[in-house]
Write a protein of this length. Structure first.
Length: 516
């Protein structure tokens, strides 16, 4: 066991070694990096979709007022300075001067007001924020002022959100499109849009007038340098084809490949396996509107019955790509806490039987919505079924494609458990598992009261104390069962240097270096 642990730690050290060059060796400029994506997004407009692939690609073209550092903290990007009033209802953002759009004109406050107003109408996070916005104005070309109805401390985190993100467009583009389809892709980022051929490729090239920040790169924040001449994103649905393409140098990077291939790929001279440093967490979301899982004791019994370690091992395979952790925020986040850990991974069938008897459960089917398109979903459901049945649950696994899961989970009837993963978020109050509107419908008066206080307070200690209380409440009320953190594996050519994967695919500060 000890030798296996040492081997795992050694492999992890290799996986997480930063691909940065030293000061004495400046990154090489030039080259086109071809990136194999698992799929293609439904649009190129970040305001219009939560699809992660759109964030992965279009962050190279469009920027936001704030972004995140390696601790997932919001920090300025297009913003230069930020202040808020003592009552946290007036928020003033000063923009960086001399930031050009790709068509030549410099960024102004009018562009920000137009873009964020559009985002506030279209995006899930935008609509939530703008429900509290009294006014958004640009009193001068480099200043933007939010006036809010109620005190709020999380405006930078909202504007740093990296999915369906608050991209800043030229005002004239917003005026032309409104909330309709975006027709021109003009941003301030280090790469500019060149061409999109659906189902074939998406092409960017370096923007030579890009106005970079001066701070040391850290996560998505700080200096962004376009060393590459260009990037070509290619949708390649088959993971095996993506891997083979990297080995043949048809692609220099392939995302989302099976961790089962890790041991083989780490011995390949033309491929480097890479573990994404920020995990998602695997979860069983429980229906709290209808059916037996509306009963808290049934939910507590389900939690007590599960062996999280066994499920994560079956779902993610190689031990480098999963970890057990009770926190709803990853250890990489500045608000990680182990509060409530005593309820996690109980693997206690006796307690589960007792709770189930106390609940009055009468053997009603516990229907799992399981996407057959993802091995982690199918494997986790298959592993959980005998654990639950041993304690008296009647489990019905219903396999379907992801599109059908999305449709079915929106209905309040017809299911008890939905299996999904949740990506890291800038702030705990943004977690979908705590939302009253996300399928599962966690309508807890106590939780919403705590989250309201967290949104209003800006003192880090006060917010952390509130979050610990919230996490203990979560594990007591069991709206969702968190099973563990899962890490995705990607593979790239040895020539790639500078890729950090924080929080995911961003290819500024990346170069293609000659093989030695």
């Amino acid at each position: 066991m000890f030798s296996r642990t040492i081997a795992v730690l050694a492999a992890l050290a290799v996986l997480l070694t930063p691909f940065a060059t030293t000061d004495a060796q400046q990154p090489r400029r030039g080259g086109i990096l071809t990136f194999a994506l698992q799929s293609e997004g439904p649009t190129l407009d970040p305001h219009a979709t939560t699809a992660l692939v759109v964030s992965y690609t279009m962050h190279h073209v469009f920027e936001t007022l704030f972004t995140i550092n390696s601790k997932l903290e919001p920090v300025p990007m297009l913003a230069d300075r930020y202040t808020h009033s003592p009552d946290r209802r007036t928020h003033t953002i000063t923009l960086r001067k001399g930031v050009p759009f790709h068509h030549g004109r410099d960024l102004t406050g009018d562009d920000v007001v137009a873009s964020l107003t559009r985002w506030g109408r279209m995006a899930v996070r935008g609509r939530a924020l703008f429900a509290n916005v009294e006014s958004l104005t640009a009193p001068d070309p480099l200043t933007v002022v939010f006036k809010l109805k109620d005190p709020y401390s999380l405006l930078p985190a909202d504007l740093a959100w990296w999915t369906q993100f608050a991209a800043i467009y030229p005002k004239e583009i917003v005026d032309e499109t409104g909330t309709g389809p975006l027709r021109k892709y003009i941003g301030t980022g280090p790469f500019r849009f060149v061409e999109h051929v659906p189902d074939r490729h998406l092409r960017f090239e370096r923007f030579d007038r890009y106005a970079a920040r001066t701070e040391t790169p850290d996560g998505m924040s700080g200096r962004r340098t376009a060393y590459l001449d260009g990037i070509t994103f290619v949708p390649v649905p088959d993971a095996a084809v993506r891997v083979a393409g990297v080995q043949r140098n048809e692609y220099q990077f392939a995302e989302l490949v099976s961790a089962d291939d890790y041991e083989r790929l780490r011995r390949e001279p033309n491929a480097v396996p890479f573990r994404g440093p920020v995990p998602s967490f695997l979860a069983f979301v429980l229906n709290k509107r209808t059916g037996p899982t509306t009963n808290p004791k049934v939910r507590q019994a389900l939690l007590a019955a599960l062996d999280a370690e066994a499920i994560m091992k079956v779902s993610y395979g190689h031990p480098l790509f999963y970890r057990l952790d009770s926190s709803l925020m990853p250890k990489e986040h500045y608000m990680w806490s182990d509060a409530g850990k005593e309820f996690y991974n109980q693997k206690n069938p006796e307690a589960a039987r007792r709770l189930l008897a106390e609940s009055g459960y009468k053997g009603e089917p516990i229907r799992f919505l399981v996407t057959a398109e993802s091995l982690w979903a199918a494997n986790s459901a298959t592993a959980a079924k005998p654990m639950l049945e041993r304690t008296g649950f009647n489990v019905d696994l219903q396999f379907m494609d992801w599109a059908t899961v999305l449709t079915r989970r929106g209905r309040t009837e017809g299911w008890e458990v939905m299996i999904t993963t949740f990506t890291a978020v800038p702030d705990p109050t943004f977690l979908l598992v705590l939302s009253t509107t996300f399928p599962g419908w966690y309508e807890s008066r106590d939780m919403q009261a705590i989250l309201t206080l967290m949104r209003r307070h800006s003192d880090p200690k006060v917010r952390m104390d509130l979050w610990r209380r919230a996490q203990v409440l979560f594990w007591n009320e069991v709206p969702t069962v968190k099973l563990g953190d899962g890490f995705f594996m990607h593979v790239h050519r040895p020539e790639i240097k500078g890729y950090s994967g924080l929080p995911s695919h961003y290819l500024w500060n990346v170069s293609l270096e000659p093989r030695r």
